[in-house]
Design a protein around this ligand. Structure first.
Ligand SMILES: O=P(O)(O)OC[C@H](O)CO
Length: 414
C-alpha cells in the first residue's frame, strides 16, 4: 500500500479524534495507508515541516495553523496547491462546497484553493455556570459586552471567585479578533491581504483601551494569565475559572472533561467602540500538501482530503470538536440532526463569523513571519499583565518590533 505521511499538532481529545478519522479512511480502502504523527504544538509542527523540507524529508500533508498561512503561501516550490492535487488525483472535490468565510482565507487571489481548511475555528466565551452560582452571580447574566463582563468580574470577585476570567491565545482573541470584531484595522493594507508592504496598527485607541481594561483586571486578580497558547484550558476544564475566552474548538476538551454545568456565548465586544459587533475571524489550521513526492502518493493525498471533506466526516468532526463545519452541507446535516437544539450555543461560532459581510478589517490577517510576530506580541502583553508597561507602551513596542519582521519578510518575498 502507498503510504501518506500526515503531520499534525493534536493531542488529547483532538488527537484521538484525528486518529479515528485516519483509521476510518485506512479501513475504507486498501490502496493507501495514511500515517499520522503528532509533531508538537502548532508552531513546532510548522517548524518541523519547514526543517523537514530543507532536509528532503517532508511529509505529504502538514497541518499549519492560520498564523503560518502567509508563510506557506510565500513558500512557492515547497508546496503543492490543494486544487492542483485534487485535479491531478481525480478525487471528488467541489471547491464551491466549502463555506465562503473559511474558503476565502485559504484561497489565492485568483480563487484557487491552496490548502484544505480542515480545522477552522473562531473565538467564543465559555461560561462555568456552577462557578457563577457558587459566587452568588446569576449564571444567565448578560455577558454580551465587555462592560457587562467587567461588572460580572467585580461580582464574581466579591463572591469569592479566585479566577474570574482566563484566556487562551491572547493575541488571537484579544488583539486579532478584537480588531476585526470592532472593525478597526490590525494592520495596514487590509490586514496584509492587499500587499506585503503592511504595517501593524495594533496600537490604536480601541485596542489600547481594551488591553488597559484587561491589565486592570489582571492587577485586581480578576483576570488570571496562564500562558500564550491554550494553557488556560486546563484551569477552565478543572472548574477553577468562571469565564474563559477560547476557540470554539475548546468544546472538544470541555465537553469531554468538564464536571460542571457550562455554556457558550458569543465573544463579548465593547459597546460603542468601532462597529462592534462586526464578525470574528478564522483560527485553527489548514492542511498543506508539500511538494517532492510521487504521483501515486498524491493520488492517495487527494483521496484522503476528499474523505475528510465528506459531509458525514465533517458533520461529526464539527459536532465533536466545535470546529466549524467546513462545508455548507455538513452545517445543514448538523442542524437537521437536531444537534444545535440539543447542544445550545454550538452554532454561535458559525453565526458570529458569518452573520455580517466582512469588511477590509474583518476578512482575516495575512501577515508574513506572523508566528514570530505573535511571539513579540505575547511578550508585550505579558508586560501589561505584569504591570511593567502601559498598554500603549507595550503596543507601540509590539508595532515597532513586529514591523521590522514584516519589512524583512517583504524584502525576502518581493
Ligand atoms: O485552538 P484552535 O485550533 O482553534 O486555534 C486557535 C488559534 O487560531 C491558533 O492560532
Amino acid at each position: 500500500e502507498t503510504e501518506v505521511q500526515f503531520w499534525h499538532a493534536f493531542t488529547g481529545r483532538l488527537g484521538d479524534l484525528v486518529k479515528a478519522q485516519v483509521e476510518e479512511f485506512n479501513a475504507s480502502q486498501d490502496e493507501y495507508t495514511v500515517v499520522e504523527s503528532h509533531k508538537g504544538n502548532y508552531s513546532e509542527t510548522l517548524n518541523a515541516g519547514i526543517a523537514a523540507f530543507r532536509a528532503g524529508e517532508q511529509p505529504h500533508i502538514l497541518m499549519v495553523f492560520e498564523v503560518g498561512t502567509a508563510t506557506m503561501m510565500a513558500a512557492g516550490g515547497a508546496i503543492k496547491p490543494v486544487y492542483e492535487v485534487m485535479e491531478q488525483s481525480g478525487a471528488s472535490f467541489d471547491p464551491d462546497a466549502y463555506i465562503g468565510a473559511v474558503k476565502g482565507y485559504y484561497t489565492s487571489t485568483d480563487g484557487q484553493m491552496l490548502s484544505l481548511p480542515f480545522n477552522s475555528s473562531t473565538p467564543v466565551l465559555w461560561v462555568n455556570r456552577d462557578a457563577m452560582e457558587a459566587a452568588g452571580v446569576d449564571p444567565d447574566t448578560d455577558l454580551s459586552t465587555w462592560q457587562k463582563v467587567g461588572e460580572t468580574l467585580d461580582a464574581l470577585k466579591a463572591g469569592g471567585e479566585e479566577c474570574g476570567l482566563v484566556t487562551a491565545w491572547q493575541s488571537w482573541i484579544h488583539l486579532e479578533n478584537f480588531s476585526a470584531y470592532h472593525d478597526v484595522p490590525f494592520a495596514s493594507q487590509d490586514n496584509g491581504f492587499a500587499g506585503l508592504d503592511t504595517e501593524l496598527m495594533l496600537n490604536g485607541p480601541a485596542q489600547v483601551a481594551h488591553l488597559t481594561a484587561m491589565g486592570e483586571w489582571a492587577a485586581d486578580g480578576k483576570f488570571i494569565y496562564t500562558g500564550r497558547r491554550n494553557e488556560g484550558g486546563a484551569n477552565f476544564r478543572a472548574g477553577e475559572c468562571a469565564l474563559f475566552t477560547e476557540s470554539s474548538a475548546g468544546y472538544a476538551g470541555i465537553s469531554s472533561e468538564a464536571e460542571f454545568d457550562f455554556d457558550v456565548r458569543p465573544l463579548p465586544y465593547w459597546e460603542g467602540v468601532g462597529n462592534a459587533p462586526q464578525n470574528t475571524i478564522i483560527g485553527g489550521a489548514s492542511l498543506w500538501v508539500m511538494s517532492g513526492h510521487e504521483d501515486a502518493e498524491y493520488k492517495g493525498v487527494g483521496e484522503f482530503l476528499s474523505f475528510l471533506s465528506t459531509s458525514d466526516v465533517q458533520a461529526s468532526w464539527h459536532q465533536n470538536t466545535g470546529y466549524l463545519p467546513i462545508t455548507a452541507e455538513a452545517g445543514v446535516a448538523t442542524r437537521e440532526a437536531g444537534f444545535y437544539e440539543q447542544n445550545p450555543g454550538t452554532d454561535i461560532a458559525v453565526i458570529q463569523m458569518t452573520a455580517k459581510e466582512p469588511t477590509a478589517n474583518s476578512k482575516g490577517l495575512r501577515l508574513g513571519s506572523f508566528d514570530q510576530i505573535r511571539g513579540i506580541i505575547d511578550e508585550e502583553l505579558e508586560a501589561i499583565w505584569a504591570g511593567d508597561k502601559s498598554a500603549q507602551e507595550a503596543m507601540d513596542s509590539a508595532k515597532e518590533r513586529g514591523d521590522a519582521l514584516l519589512r524583512r519578510f517583504e524584502a525576502a518575498n518581493r
